[in-house]
Write a protein that binds this ligand. Structure first.
Ligand code: MG
Length: 296
C-alpha cells in the first residue's frame, strides 16, 4: 500500500473513532412549524429516531405555549413516549417555571439557551445576555439538586441576523459562563448558518486554548451547504458531539433567514465515510425526517 500523503496523515491523527450525534429534530426542527403536528406523530417520530440508533434526542421544550404553540404538549409528550434504555430524552427550558414542569415530566436532561449577541438575545427572549443568566441560576441549582444533566446553547456564536458578525471572544465569554454555571456540555451554535470555514477556524483556534473541548458540541445550520466543512474543522479541533435534525428540519422563528438544521443523515453519512462510528442508521433517520416533512 502506498504511504498516505501528508494531508491524510494529519487528518487521521485528529479524527476520533466514535462521535456522538445529538438529535434536535423533534424540538428545534418542529418549533418553527406553523402546521400543528399531532402528539401521536411526534411520538412516532421520536420512537423512530431511537430505533435509528440515536442516543440523545431533544424531545421538546417547556417554553411559553403562547410563544411556541407547536410544543404546547411538552408534558404530555414526555409522559407518552416509550423511554428506551440507553436513550436520553432532553427538554429545553427557558426559566425556573419551565424547569419545574420538565422535572415533573421526568426528563433525563435539560438544555438552556442564551446567545453570543445582545441583539439576538433581546429578539429571542426579550432579555439581555446577563438577564438570561439570572434566569438560569435557579434552573442550574435545580438540575444539581435533582442530578439532572445540563446542556447550554450559545446561539448566534458566529453571526447575528440583527447585528452581524460576532467576535469569537464574545462567543467564548458566554460559553465559559455557561460552563461556570454548571453545564456539562456547551453547544456552539451557528443559528443562521452563516459561518464559513474561516469563521469556524478562528473560533476553534481560541476555543482549544480556552475551553475543555470534551465538553463542547457544535450545532450547525446548512444555509450555504457549509455545515459539513465546519464539522470537519471542529473534528480536527477535538469536538466530539454534533447536533443534527432528521431531514434537515427546522429554522428559528426569531431568526429571520434561518434555514434548516444540518440534516442528521448527512452528518452521519460523512462520519461513516470517514471511518467514524456513530451506531446510527442514516437511512432510518432520513425516513423518519421524511415522514414528518410530509405532514408539514
Ligand atoms: Mg438549530
Amino acid at each position: 500500500m502506498p504511504e498516505p500523503d501528508w494531508r491524510s496523515q494529519r487528518l487521521m491523527a485528529h479524527l476520533p473513532q466514535q462521535v456522538t450525534v445529538y438529535e434536535v429534530g423533534p424540538r428545534d426542527g418542529l418549533q418553527n412549524e406553523s402546521t400543528p403536528v399531532s402528539l401521536d406523530a411526534k411520538v412516532r417520530f421520536i420512537d423512530a429516531l431511537a430505533d435509528a440508533g440515536l442516543k440523545w434526542i431533544e424531545a421538546t421544550s417547556f417554553v411559553n405555549p403562547k410563544l411556541v404553540p407547536q410544543l404546547a404538549d411538552a408534558s404530555e409528550l414526555m409522559r407518552t413516549i416509550k423511554r428506551r434504555p440507553g436513550v436520553r430524552y432532553v427538554a429545553l427550558v427557558p426559566n425556573e417555571r419551565g424547569m419545574h414542569l420538565a422535572l415533573e415530566a421526568g426528563v433525563d436532561a435539560i438544555a438552556v439557551f442564551t446567545a453570543a449577541s445582545e441583539a439576538f438575545s433581546q429578539a429571542n427572549v426579550r432579555a439581555s445576555i446577563d438577564e438570561t443568566f439570572l434566569r438560569f441560576a435557579p434552573v442550574a441549582e435545580l438540575a444539581r439538586a435533582h442530578n439532572v444533566w445540563l446542556r447550554g446553547y450559545i446561539s448566534t456564536a458566529f453571526h447575528c441576523p440583527f447585528s452581524g458578525p460576532v467576535a469569537p471572544q464574545a462567543a467564548l465569554d458566554v460559553t465559559e459562563r455557561l460552563l461556570a454555571l454548571g453545564c456539562h456540555e456547551v453547544v456552539i451554535s451557528d443559528t443562521i448558518g452563516r459561518a464559513t470555514p474561516r469563521d469556524t477556524d478562528a473560533l476553534l483556534q481560541l476555543a482549544v486554548q480556552r475551553l475543555p473541548m470534551d465538553r463542547v458540541a457544535f450545532h450547525l445550520h446548512d444555509t450555504f451547504d457549509l455545515a459539513l466543512c465546519n464539522v470537519m474543522l471542529a473534528l480536527e479541533a477535538g469536538v466530539r458531539v454534533f447536533d443534527g435534525a432528521a431531514g434537515g428540519l427546522g429554522g428559528c422563528p426569531f431568526a429571520p433567514g434561518a434555514p434548516g438544521n444540518l440534516a442528521t443523515e448527512k452528518l452521519v453519512a460523512l462520519l461513516h465515510g470517514m471511518g467514524i462510528a456513530t451506531d446510527i442508521d442514516p437511512q432510518a433517520v432520513a425516513n423518519a425526517g421524511r415522514a414528518v416533512r410530509a405532514m408539514l
